[in-house]
Design a protein around this ligand. Structure first.
Ligand SMILES: C[S@@+](CC[C@H](N)C(=O)[O-])C[C@H]1O[C@@H](n2cnc3c(N)ncnc32)[C@H](O)[C@@H]1O
Length: 291
């Protein structure tokens, strides 16, 4: 079944796109390609499942220039965004539990932070079906990283606001977000249990530290603004889901505080005042084959 639940109530297109653009920047290409371990030099047909707004699919298009990249998601709004922002990929609206492709169509299937949300029998079963014999399944999922050095604590006003949000927000439960999350040692077992062979695991880390001199100022601003987009889109989804619980102007006030904080952070960067706030992502890559 297709719908726009994800982009409306869970994560907006900008939240996903700009955070993944950092994660799958060409700077980190070698680490990702080593973990994917796909055979190069042949015309690979690759399917991304639950592609969202398309940043990983776009990276695959750049990293495997001989490949044909197709990407599917059930959220029409995210697919519309992906088509606008990432060229060279065929984006399709469709359900991961009933993939609109015939058996044995792909050399590789890949997903990023999707396995946690879809019932595994259908999720893996469909991927096994559409893979060619000898094809590769890559499942990427976020693990506990380091997010302990935020630029600034929330204000008292925000603390109170988010406390209220927590009280009313039932979207995680209602939409089954993270319902099928699994630990590091469970992930390969689940893949094997669903028919894959030669299963292996790897971990890729990506450290996003705006003040790190190896990053250009443009990249540093992108790191800072990715968090800004995520905070602002979260407020939009709160407004859509249960905006009537808040006083007139309350959500707009929080938006103002958020923008002020990120503007201030950028101001410090521009003045050369180092803060060394950082976010270290750890992504698990589980790789299996259709044997
Ligand atoms: C956490 S988001 C990740 C999106 C994208 N992989 C990324 O990293 O930007 C999970 C994605 O899975 C998609 N999704 C969830 N259930 C799905 C299903 N049954 N079929 C297709 N897509 C699905 C959502 O629409 C959403 O885009």
């Amino acid at each position: 079944m297709t719908n726009n639940i994800w982009s409306r109530y869970i994560q907006g297109a900008k939240t996903l796109y700009f955070s993944r653009k950092l994660r799958f920047d060409d700077m980190f290409k070698e680490s990702w390609k080593r973990a994917f371990d796909l055979e190069e030099g042949k015309r690979l047909k690759i399917l991304e499942i639950g592609c969202g707004p398309g940043a990983l699919a776009g990276a695959l298009h750049r990293w495997y220039p001989m490949g044909e990249i197709i990407a599917v998601d059930r959220d029409e709004e995210l697919i519309r965004f992906a088509r606008e922002y990432e060229k060279g990929v065929e984006f399709v609206v469709g359900d991961a539990l009933a993939l609109p492709f015939p058996e044995g169509s792909f050399d590789a299937v890949i997903s990023n932070t999707v396995c946690e949300h879809i019932e595994p029998k259908g999720f893996y079963g469909e991927q096994l079906r559409v893979l060619k014999k000898g094809g590769v399944c890559l499942v990427l999922s976020s693990r506990k990283g380091i997010d302990g050095t935020k630029y600034k604590e929330l204000t008292e006003y925000e603390e109170k606001f988010w406390g209220k949000v927590e009280k009313y927000d039932d979207s995680i439960k209602k939409f089954g977000v993270g319902k099928y999350s699994a630990g590091e040692s469970e992930m390969p077992v689940i893949m094997e249990r669903h028919g894959f062979g030669n299963v292996s695991t790897d971990f890729v880390t990506v450290a996003l530290t705006p003040d790190d001199p190896k990053f250009s100022s443009e990249f540093a601003f992108n790191i800072i603004n990715a968090d800004r987009y995520s905070a602002l889109e979260r407020l939009d989804s709160v407004s859509r889901s249960f905006g009537e619980r808040f006083l007139d102007g309350e959500i707009e006030t929080v938006k103002g505080i958020v923008n002020e904080r990120f503007d201030e952070r950028i101001g410090k960067y521009e003045k050369g005042e180092r803060v060394w706030d950082t976010n270290v992502l750890v992504v698990m890559v589980v790789r299996g084959g259709k044997v």
